[in-house]
Ligand binder design. Sequence first.
Ligand SMILES: NC(=O)C1=CN([C@@H]2O[C@H](COP(=O)(O)OP(=O)(O)OC[C@H]3O[C@@H](n4cnc5c(N)ncnc54)[C@H](OP(=O)(O)O)[C@@H]3O)[C@@H](O)[C@H]2O)C=CC1
Ligand SMILES: O=C(O)C1=N[C@H](C(=O)O)C[C@H](O)C1
Length: 271
Amino acid sequence: MADMRLVVAGASGRMGQTLIRMIAETPGVVLAGAIERTGSPAIGQDAGRLAGLDANGVVVTDDPLSLLTSAEGIIDFTAPAATVELAALAAQMRIVHVIGTTGLSKEDFARLKAAARHAVIVQSGNMSLGVNLLAAVVKRVAKSLDADFDIEVLEMHHNRKVDAPSGTALMLGQAAAEGRGIDLDANADRVRDGHPGAREKGHIGFATLRGGTVVGEHSVIFAGENERLEFSHKAESRTMFARGALKAVLWGFGRKPGYYSMADVLGLGDF
Ligand SMILES: NC(=O)C1=CN([C@@H]2O[C@H](COP(=O)(O)OP(=O)(O)OC[C@H]3O[C@@H](n4cnc5c(N)ncnc54)[C@H](OP(=O)(O)O)[C@@H]3O)[C@@H](O)[C@H]2O)C=CC1
Ligand SMILES: O=C(O)C1=N[C@H](C(=O)O)C[C@H](O)C1
């Protein structure tokens, strides 16, 4: 069978470069195109060189339409506005769209779900096996512990990250809310400052740290009376996010259109 032809969006970004390197060493996939923002200094450069490899003849462009007509999948770790635009194009071409971008709004999610009527979308705030397993564990633990246990989600990332709380933190908060049978939006304390008053029983709190080159660290804390459970994941490089994204795009190839998660890809739905 021919290799699956992939386009990488955000090609000069941290994840884009990691993906280009990983595609080069993964059987069954080939880099067919690389996209960057209009005006990016990466436009016109060789994507292999950009990622620290030998030249591969794939020139970075800001014109997704022409690339997507001859591709079977797009992997997108960019920014919310770009992702929503790319989802409409991927739906037009009926190709697999793997979305790692975080910081998406409710309106963005609604647009992605509309696009998924025509294309396979796999979206996750974290593509690693470890975090998706952690989410399953958190959901299960939250089901067993009542509101006497306060749930707090703590995350730390590098100083270049632009969204908060992280996509992963929100995903873990959502898992905890589902386990407890509550609506996250109605019960989330995303920011505390000044004099917010005593902690509201049953709420799920978020705390955000930023600094240095930390790839991504997340903890979910269940704090009860005189005892505390803590579940953590520490990412040591970006390679497992890229590996997860490639697993997702191959999984999505030939599948019927729909909105899927990494839990679907990894078979963790009924964990
Ligand atoms: N789900 C997961 O497992 C993971 C998700 N992420 C998420 O992925 C996203 C990217 O992260 P990271 O690689 O660290 O960020 P970077 O800022 O390093 O990379 C993003 C890239 O996308 C480019 N970009 C912006 N707009 C467009 C556009 N319209 N078309 C094409 N490219 C565009 C940016 O260009 P420019 O800089 O010129 O604006 C930049 O090169 C973030 O939302 C992050 O949270 C990250 C790691 C794992
Ligand atoms: O921006 C990042 O770097 C990361 N973003 C994702 C998130 O928002 O959770 C995943 C990972 O933690 C790295």
